[in-house]
Design a protein around this ligand. Structure first.
Ligand code: ADP
Ligand code: MG
Length: 235
């Protein structure tokens, strides 16, 4: 359940790649303790939003404030230290490491061994000694999520973490994710295509379309919004 406090406040975010306007004047508040689903068609600007907030796109206009701290000008590692973490749409987990070495690498010493094994157990990941080279791609996504939650960040941005999971793994992931804000003390923004997963874990939903917010608010109001319904019916 949300605390009512605004954790992330984004105002007037605009990102251009040459002639392509990937995001236009996007303003969004993420409430502490909630899971917000960021949805929309391919190319809508969802990954660009996570890149910009994560500090991976220094060239943009607009502001982002995390828990009262302005993020402008901070590189990704400083944002991580401020309590902001993100995962990537593409698999970036290095196959040469063991699961445990990868979690120690990602947490940079900010999670003790107990916190690391707790995060792995929470997401049903293979044990710390397992080489990542023998772990399938769906499970590697879960290991990436566990690694980024182990240090208990204030905010975690997930870019399609469930891609590559089987139907049963999807259901298990949804169950775990729903409990993650309370377990880790982390607020979550998740980009996800599967509306069933979004419906089952997200209390808030924001819909991006052609780089602009089409609808934003609580789950029921957004999913019943005629603009959203017609966009998803392909009209
Ligand atoms: P989504 O994640 O919603 O599928 P993206 O944020 O990846 O969408 O992309 C939004 C738009 O910005 C698309 O038109 C995409 O082609 C463009 N885009 C994204 N990254 C770059 C980049 N590095 N250079 C040029 N165009 C980009
Ligand atoms: Mg994307």
């Amino acid at each position: 359940a949300g605390t009512g406090r605004p954790l992330l406040v984004v105002e007037h975010l605009t990102v251009e790649f040459g002639a392509v306007k990937a995001l236009t004047d996007v303003s969004l508040v993420v409430e502490e303790g909630t899971i917000l689903g960021l949805i929309g068609p391919n190319g809508a600007g969802k990954s660009t939003f996570v890149d910009a907030i994560g500090g991976f796109l220094p060239q943009h206009t607009g502001t982002a404030v995390l828990d009262g701290e302005p993020l402008a000008g901070l590189p990704p590692h400083r944002r991580a230290r401020a309590g902001l973490r993100r995962t990537f749409q593409q698999d970036r987990v290095p196959p040469s490491m063991s699961v445990g070495a990868y979690l120690r690498f990602v947490t940079g010493g900010r999670a003790d061994p107990a916190a690391i094994s707790d995060a792995l157990t929470f997401f049903g990941c293979p044990d710390a000694y397992t080489p990542l080279s023998v772990v399938d791609v769906g499970t590697r996504r879960l290991v990436e999520v566990a690694a980024n939650l182990a240090s208990r960040p204030k905010l975690l941005l997930l870019d399609e973490p469930a891609a590559g999971l089987s139907h049963d793994e999807h259901l298990a992931f949804a169950d775990r994710l729903r409990r993650a804000p309370e377990h880790f003390g982390t607020t979550i923004l998740i980009i996800e295509h599967d509306l069933d997963l979004v419906r089952s874990v997200c209390s808030q939903i924001t819909v991006l379309n052609f780089g602009e917010i089409l609808a934003s608010g609580d789950r029921a109001s957004v999913l019943n919004d005629p603009k959203v319904v017609s966009a998803y019916m392909g009209e």
